[in-house]
Ligand binder design. Structure first.
Ligand SMILES: C[S@@+](CC[C@H](N)C(=O)[O-])C[C@H]1O[C@@H](n2cnc3c(N)ncnc32)[C@H](O)[C@@H]1O
Length: 224
C-alpha cells in the first residue's frame, strides 16, 4: 500500500480499528528520512478530517532527521503538482507556507501533529502505535543487509497495538519479506473497498486475528 492509498482510505481504516475521532490515532512512520512523506500523510489526514492523530517519524540517520524540520526548497506550485501526481487532494498544499520565493514549510497546524526521533528499527522497538508505515525500506536491504529484515519486522510488529495495522509499499516485492511479516504474526487483509492509487499492492497487514475482521476490508460492513 503506498502513502496515497493509505491516506485516501485512512478514515475507514481508523473506523475499522474502533479508534474514536476524539482519541489520538497513533501513527509511526519508519523510516521517515527527510519527512516529505510524513508531512504529506499529516496534510492528507487533516484535509480529509480523519480525526485527531499524531505521527512519530523515526529514522536511523540523525542527519536526515535534521532536514525533516527545515524548510524545503520547493515552491507551493511544485508541491501542489506533486500532490496531484500522487493522487492526493490539491488542498493539502494550503497547509504549507511559502517562506520566500524558493522555500516552503509545513504550517504549525501540521508541525504540532508530528514528532521526529532517531531509531534503529533493527535493534529498537518504537513506542506503541495503531498504524506503522514502512515505505521504501525492505527493498533497499536486499541483498547486503537482508539479515535485518526479520528483526525490523519483529520490532515493528511488537510496537503495534492489538488490531494495529502495518503497511509497507515494498512488502510484496520479495517472498522473504512476506514470510517475515507473516512469521511476526501479521496477517494480510485484502480489501475490496479501497480507493486505490496503487492497485498492485493495496494490502494492509493486521496484528493478530481480531474478534471480527475489519469489516470494511471485506465489503461486509454492518453484516457481522
Ligand atoms: C529510501 S529512504 C525511505 C524514506 C521514506 N519512507 C520514503 O519513502 O520516502 C530509506 C531510509 O531508511 C533509513 N534506514 C535504514 N535502515 C534503517 C533502520 N534499521 N532503522 C531506521 N531507519 C533506517 C535510512 O536512514 C534512510 O533514510
Amino acid at each position: 500500500m503506498n502513502t496515497a492509498t493509505f491516506i485516501l482510505n485512512a478514515a475507514e481504516i481508523r473506523e475499522g480499528q474502533d479508534v474514536a475521532a476524539t482519541d489520538t490515532w497513533k501513527i509511526t512512520e519508519v523510516p521517515c528520512s527527510a519527512a516529505m512523506e510524513t508531512w504529506s500523510i499529516a496534510a492528507g489526514l487533516v484535509i480529509q478530517q480523519t480525526g485527531k492523530f499524531h505521527i512519530n517519524g523515526y529514522d536511523l540517520n540523525p542527519k536526515v532527521l535534521q532536514s525533516a524540520t527545515q524548510p524545503y526548497e520547493m515552491t507551493k506550485a511544485e508541491l501542489g503538482l506533486a500532490f496531484l501526481n500522487w493522487g492526493l487532494p490539491r488542498e493539502c498544499v494550503d497547509l504549507f507556507d511559502a517562506i520566500d520565493s524558493k522555500h516552503i514549510q509545513p504550517r504549525r497546524e501540521l508541525r504540532e501533529k508530528v514528532t521526529f526521533a532517531p531509531l534503529d528499527a533493527s535493534t529498537q522497538i518504537p513506542p506503541k502505535a495503531d498504524v506503522v508505515i514502512t515505505n521504501n525500506l525492505f527493498g533497499n536491504l536486499y541483498p547486503d543487509a537482508s539479515d535485518q529484515v526479520g528483526p525490523i519486522v519483529r520490532n515493528l510488529a511488537a510496537s503495534l497495538e492489538d488490531n494495529g495495522v502495518f503497511t509497507a509499499n515494498d512488502a510484496w516485492h520479495r517472498d522473504e519479506t512476506l514470510a517475515e511479516i507473516k512469521r511476526a504474526g501479521l496477517r494480510p487483509v485484502r480489501s475490496k473497498n479501497l480507493r486505490p492509487t496503487d492497485s498492485r499492492y493495496p494490502e494492509l497487514f493486521q496484528k493478530q486475528p481480531p474478534h471480527r475482521l475489519l469489516s470494511f476490508l471485506h465489503g461486509r460492513r454492518g453484516t457481522q
